[in-house]
Write a protein that binds this ligand. Structure first.
Ligand SMILES: Cc1ncc(COP(=O)(O)O)c(C=O)c1O
Length: 417
């Protein structure tokens, strides 16, 4: 079976040649890396940007007046401008570097959330969320006395909005936190409708874009959300760098998150004045070398084209759904329609434990995730304890999917099902 020809020309072979790790073998077989929803592999351009920066320009940012310090600061702020451009932010003042998406959500919860939520208020999230977009709201609710309510899904994972009226009667809705794409099911919630509803309630919308900034155009102004977060490591960048985008007026009004150096304008023994945006939220030495790596990743993704990457993921997902249907006893979880999901497919195989499936696939050098994928309430809502998850990216070739299917047929033989 061949992959349908609906994808625009993405030269996957040429792209794969840019990723040194894809040339390695595991257990004597070429690698089939199908865990990009957890983290992406890195192209040579990103590796070179990191080593090049350390080899030529390393110095702490915003401090040295000497040439290296100036170069380093310029490179760091150029990375911020690249993120602002990627997200279509109105200004670089709206882009705060964080360690990852998780830290960015905690930042919003502990600053905007602490400042705006109290008893009688409601925080809304969904059962689709990654723990990163769930636990911080639980903690905020406990800290402030606000109530945390969850929107449910149907059995395919589509978000149900019929609970909104009851939620708005429960109190003043302050925050609506929703994923742009589920990391477990690939399903994409109706963000535009939620934004309209949330704003009619006077609530701010926090968009967890960890699974979409890597693979399709994300325009924060067109989406109309108030905050958006992502992690660099899922979009070809290094670990240790992510970002929070927030509307400037909201960020201005928020107290700092972490305190210390860099985030101050002046410090006296009895009082401190905060730095201006976005540095008010960047305490301590930032991950400036990682920001340079992220900049190279953004350049690489934009060079390939985010629309083309999205289309490729759709095509490879459709191909995977077709091929997985050939495996007896395999049940795909989530939307049956490939158009209703991004490049993520979760499934279960008869009664075989997902960890056993993943282990057998590893013998075939096929890398997949098994477990609850940091979405325990979602997996339980679907009546499961765990799934196997294969996830795709711009470097995923049809051959990777074929190898997955071969491995799964072998897993059936090995487990005697
Ligand atoms: C949808 C979603 N949100 C948030 C996160 C958290 O990302 P990080 O661990 O990089 O903070 C992930 C990571 O898997 C994710 O898939």
């Amino acid at each position: 079976m061949a992959m349908r020809d609906t994808a625009p020309a993405l030269d996957v072979d040429a792209i794969r040649a840019d990723f040194p790790i894809l040339a390695r073998e595991v257990h004597g077989r070429p690698l089939a890396y199908l865990d990009s929803a957890a983290t992406s592999q890195k192209p040579r351009a990103v590796l070179d940007a990191l080593t090049g920066f350390y080899a030529t320009s390393n110095a702490n940012v915003h401090r040295g007046v000497y040439t290296l310090g100036v170069e380093s600061t310029e490179a760091f702020e150029a990375a911020r401008a690249a993120v602002a451009g990627l997200l279509n932010a109105a200004s670089t003042r709206e882009v705060v570097f964080t360690r990852n998406a998780t830290e960015a959500i905690n930042l919003v919860a502990q600053t905007h959330g602490r400042a705006t939520c109290g008893p009688g208020d409601v925080i809304v999230s969904t059962v689709l969320e990654h723990h990163a977009n769930l636990v911080p709201w639980q903690v905020l609710a406990e800290q402030t006395g606000a109530e945390l309510r969850f929107l449910d899904i149907d059995d395919e994972g589509h978000l149900q909005l019929d609970g909104l009226d009851a939620i708005s009667r429960a109190g003043r809705v302050r925050i609506v936190a929703v994923t742009h794409q589920s990391n477990t099911l690939g399903v994409r919630p109706p963000v535009a409708e939620l934004v309209r509803w949330a704003h009619a309630q006077g609530a701010a919308v926090v968009l967890d874009a960890a699974q979409t900034v890597p693979n399709r155009p994300v325009d924060v102004q067109a989406l109309g959300v108030d905050f958006a977060v992502f992690s660099g490591h899922k979009m070809l960048g290094p670990t240790g760098i992510g970002a929070l985008w927030g509307r400037e007026g909201l960020l201005q009004a928020m107290p700092p998150f972490l305190t210390g150096g860099e985030m101050i304008r002046s410090v006296r023994l009895d009082r401190t004045a905060w730095n201006s945006l976005p540095w008010k939220f960047e305490a301590g030495t930032p991950a400036y070398a990682e920001a340079v790596g992220l900049h190279a990743a953004i350049d690489y993704l934009q060079g390939v084209g985010l629309e083309a990457i999205d289309a490729h993921e759709h095509a490879i997902t459709a191909y995977a759904l077709e091929r997985l249907a050939e495996v007896p006893g395999l049940r795909v979880v989530g939307p049956a329609d490939a158009d209703a999901r991004g490049g993520v497919v979760s499934f279960v195989l008869d009664d075989v434990h997902p960890h056993d499936v993943a282990e057998i696939l590893d013998r075939h050098a096929v890398c997949v995730r098994a477990g609850h994928h940091c979405t325990q309430p979602l997996v339980e809502r679907l009546g499961l304890a765990a799934t196997v998850r294969a996830s795709f990216y711009l470097y995923t070739a049809p051959d990777d999917v074929d190898r997955l299917v071969e491995g799964l047929l072998d897993a059936r033989r090995v487990m005697g099902v």
